[in-house]
Design a protein around this ligand. Sequence first.
Ligand code: SF4
Length: 360
Amino acid sequence: MTADEVTSGVPVDLAPLIERAEERSPGAVRRVFATVGPDLFAALRSSGFRRVALQVPAGLTRGARELADRVRTEGRVDVVLVTRACFGACDFPSPDEVPGMDAAIVLGHSPIPNVRLTLPTFFVEMRHLGGDPVVLAEMLAAAQLPSPLGLVASVQHMDLVAPLEAAARARGIELTTGEGDRRLAYPVQALGCNYTSAEQIAHRVRGFLFLGTGEFHPRGLALAVDRPVWSLDPLTQQLAPPIDRARLLRDRLLLIAQCRDARKWGVLVSTFAGQNRSPTALALIRKARARGLDAEALVFGRLDPADLLGRDFDAYVNTACPRIALDDASLYPRPVLTPPEFLQAIGERPLTEYRFDTYH
Ligand code: SF4
């Protein structure tokens, strides 16, 4: 994606949604914008902030210098680029990481309402305005997808939800949406650690449709809900077949089974504001010790697989981002489980009841 593509205009009807995302975050200084554009620049100019840290997601690093230049010129602020990879609104820059900065701009993510900010932050969601709802609804009808279907969307494609619902309904397909819990800025939203908008409606639908790109969310969603998950890329107009949930579960259960004999557990705890589940970590340590197992907390900011090399643990349970265990397990020298999987491994929960590690 080029800098020009991400600086396109903001549609008027986004305003109520954006206000809602800001309202769901009481007490924190945060602003939400659809794109890098005039609204953001005007807000920066009137903010009184002089120095701003700019955090850019991996997909936009090539154009980061150009974006920084534009923010600097049009927002009339000094800009420093944060180079640490960022994966969500859970790991925004802290004042210690960017000393001397008055505020941060986080690109590509909506705020996580129940995560306390430590710096005034401008979230720029990088909304995509493309996708023809009529063409997409016709694709759903032609593929004879079941109805009702639950709909879940990445924040970048949220603007397409209402028009797609209407176009699908006109073709006999009912798309149903859920509100989600306090970790979600918007109803319908998919977050890699939270699919509560889908879980709430799973009993009422025959399957789910993910609106967005890539396999990251469809795979997470398939672990969270016991329903077929199709995905629809609104830009390439590709409808992908359902995710193989049985295979995902089999892989996780194999890993859990490998850990049944683990005696020494490392309990991973992140210091990032939106990934820190210290109370969960303490509860897991107590459970392990009550069963005569060794368990030790390991604290980190961003976890690097190399940090776990040479350590004397049989397995790990990760209380930070659930996707570390679910997507990156093969990168680690020992098995890494989520907290619900850990409870299965130590015999606290039955192997037959898999539960996605929802971060509330
Ligand atoms: S915890 Fe993981 S999945 Fe959740 S927002 Fe952060 S990076 Fe994304």
